[in-house]
Ligand binder design. Structure first.
Ligand code: VTB
Ligand code: MG
Ligand code: MG
Length: 321
């Protein structure tokens, strides 16, 4: 059941990627995002589930589709919480840079954290460090512990972090420690995932979007890694939003279980622009190729799917054929 639903969800991220990749490098992030969102929404209803969006494009009054609370799926399958980012890396696509993705995570209803669209401190690690570090520790302590656990000197470690002004003191601390740093222009879902791939990245640190934190938690649960988070409410309204979403203590340390629950979670993503983990959309005349990943935490199976799509017929025509 999980793999057939995951495959149906891959269809959805593939369509979002196929539409948004047309905007690569055109300097228009809103059109890229809209193309992804419209395509994702259009194809969701073929998925056999009774889903409700818990992380989406915004509140009902601010987003026309894939808003929080919107029902998705054909209503005929399991009741699921659904987290989406039709285009993770709008700016990335607009500027023709690497690592933009279309992403969906799904888990039994009531299990995904309804993270508001604010920042979250994050610490993500791969399987070797999972369960062994704490976001509560100062970064120097975390690095020292990681170095011992991985049995390699700090100078052989790589830490990734979003390249932002707000991280200047943390980046200084990282540089002083002697680790190598991978500065990300965007895309911290991929940044967190990279701690679990054969990339050189050992840790992902710093703050990024809270919704992206939950999406990353879904992926890392499937990959055997770990992410911890702490929301950063900045205004009184942020506190109210956190509480309205069920978080009594908005600044509590959030474990992976707090973010994605204890049950099986599905994560699917399709590459929009080229990346180290997933290739981007490649248009070839009447055809286009996409690269996706589908994972299920219950079995920890990770499947890579290379699809060739025919662009000359609509799906309706194909279904009738
Ligand atoms: C991250 C990253 C996103 O936003 O969450 C980041 O995953 C955080 O926001 O790709 P700032 O850009 O304000 O730092 C993105 O870069 C864009 O959604
Ligand atoms: Mg988005
Ligand atoms: Mg995003």
């Amino acid at each position: 059941m999980e793999s057939s639903l995951a495959l149906e969800l891959v269809r959805v991220t593939e369509e979002a990627a196929l539409q948004s990749a047309r905007w690569t490098g055109r300097g228009d992030k809103n059109s890229a995002d809209e193309a992804a969102t419209v395509a994702m929404r259009k194809h969701f209803d073929s998925a056999a589930m009774d889903g409700v969006v818990v992380i989406g494009e915004g509140e009902m009054d601010e987003a026309p589709m894939l808003y929080i609370g919107e029902r998705v799926g054909n209503g005929k399958g399991p009741k699921m919480d659904v987290a989406v980012d039709p285009l993770e890396g709008t700016e990335t696509v607009a500027n023709g840079l690497n690592n933009a993705l279309s992403v969906i995570a799904a888990a039994p209803q009531g299990t995904l954290l309804h993270a508001p669209d604010i920042y979250m401190h994050k610490l993500a690690v791969g399987p070797e460090l999972a369960g062994k570090l704490s976001l509560d520790d100062p970064i120097a302590v975390t690095l020292q512990k990681a170095s011992e656990l991985l049995s390699k000197p700090l100078s052989e470690m790589t830490v990734s972090i979003l390249d932002r002004e707000r991280h200047s003191s943390m980046i200084r601390d990282l540089r002083e420690s002697g680790v190598r740093i991978k500065l990300l222009s965007h895309g911290d879902v991929m940044g967190a995932i990279e701690t679990c791939t054969d990339s050189e990245v050992d840790l992902y640190v710093g703050s990024g979007g809270a919704p992206e934190g939950v999406l990353a938690a879904a992926a890392l649960k499937c990959l055997g890694g770990e992410i911890q988070g702490r929301l950063i409410p900045e205004t009184p309204e942020d506190y109210v939003r956190c509480q309205a979403m069920g978080l009594k203590h908005p600044e509590q340390l959030l474990s992976m279980e707090d973010m994605v629950g204890r049950e099986g979670v599905l994560f699917v993503a399709t590459g929009v622009t080229a990346g180290d983990f997933l290739r981007g959309v490649k248009y070839m005349g009447q055809r286009a190729e996409t690269h996706s990943v589908m994972m299920y935490s219950g079995t920890r199976t990770v499947r890579y799917i290379r699809s060739v799509h025919h662009l000359f017929q609509s799906n309706e025509t194909l279904a009738a054929a």
